[in-house]
Design a protein around this ligand. Sequence first.
Ligand SMILES: Nc1ncnc2c1ncn2[C@@H]1O[C@H](COP(=O)(O)OP(=O)(O)OP(=O)(O)O)[C@@H](O)[C@H]1O
Ligand SMILES: [Mg+2]
Length: 422
Amino acid sequence: MESVQAIKQRFGIIGNDPKLNRAIEKAIQVAPTDISVLVTGESGVGKESIPKIIHQLSHRKHGKYIAVNCGAIPEGTIDSELFGHEKGAFTGATQTRSGYFEVADGGTIFLDEVGELPLTTQVRLLRVLENGEFIKVGSSKVQKTNVRIVAATNVNMFEAIKKEKFREDLYYRLSTVEINLPPLRDRKDDIHLLFRKFASDFALKYKMPTVKLNDDAVNLLLKYRWNGNIRQLRNVAEQISVLEQNRSINASTLQNYLPNTGSTLPAVVSSSKSESDFSSEREILYKVLFDMKSDLNDLKKLTMELMKNGSASDVQKDNEHLIQKIYGNDNDDDDFENAVEDLEVLSIPEHSEVNESVSSDVEDKYHFAEEIEEEETLSLQDKELELIKKSLERHNGKRKLAAAELGISERTLYRKIKQYDL
Ligand SMILES: Nc1ncnc2c1ncn2[C@@H]1O[C@H](COP(=O)(O)OP(=O)(O)OP(=O)(O)O)[C@@H](O)[C@H]1O
Ligand SMILES: [Mg+2]
């Protein structure tokens, strides 16, 4: 069995933290089996190396290894991507197509961001995990496949289960063995080591002398939260390597590259001079406007529900998540109490005549709101398009980074790219 050190060398993994070593050791141990593995950890901690290690050290290493980013595939096509489709299964299905589970027969599939899978796809996935069976979209023929699944997530799966976004049975099936990668802030001894490695790589790449941190800068590096983990550390090392004339870096220079994470403001309001942040107040205001528009739409939905349903408590029960989204999570919060009270005030009597007058009255107002929204939507859409374009440019078209910067999911970004034909 290859040693942890040898594996780190082979897969370019830097660090000596005991929790990192334990994670790699677990990957080595579980690799020769066909057990499903769930890799967990914050964004940027290096989850993607684990499935590669598992595949390479398994008897499937000569079979296919397919990595699927579940969050980046639109909901409408994900079943067909994963399981294939029959000719004529939907508009545009001009030919029968094999999905990843068929193509990877005998190999390994890495399901990245598995928490993003739609519930219907989760049902299909559960079946494959249980008996290797799947059915192409638009077909009735059951097919068999022999695929090892490694999944990864940076979201709290228990939360997702609680919110009924992820099936509990699937979670337990996927996470027969769980491999957790620690956040960078918990790997203090590795932080400077990683920085030095990245600084030396970038010095070589850009043909410049290696940047060096002084003691104060090292202290700052160790104290920082690194919410983006190793990915963020690498970006900071790259920016400093490219931009700083003086190759000896002190704490105040380093500080310029570290967004202020103590704040609860959105990431766009950052003290960093990094190019990847929105710099103008105008852009920040547009972001706030988008959020307000989203709240307004949620409120409209709630009002419509109330008009249709008439019972505040039913509406409250059915729309708990919306109410919490608009008024916050804390049930003891005054706003939440007020919201509930407001719902009760708004409840519409059963009597049909009253119903009619109230609803036509509300309907008028609703039309008014619609018109305002139309106007707003047009100009906001332009701005939204502008924001998305800029963000994609800044990140060389990398959707994941752009989505993170814009504060939306990759799938939402994908939809918007299609919507605006970008
Ligand atoms: N221990 C490490 N040594 C060297 N580079 C690393 C290490 N861990 C991660 N990286 C680098 O950091 C970057 C982010 O890693 P990776 O893409 O695996 O993150 P992730 O955990 O999959 O994040 P996300 O949840 O956002 O997808 C990659 O460029 C990877 O090569
Ligand atoms: Mg990843």
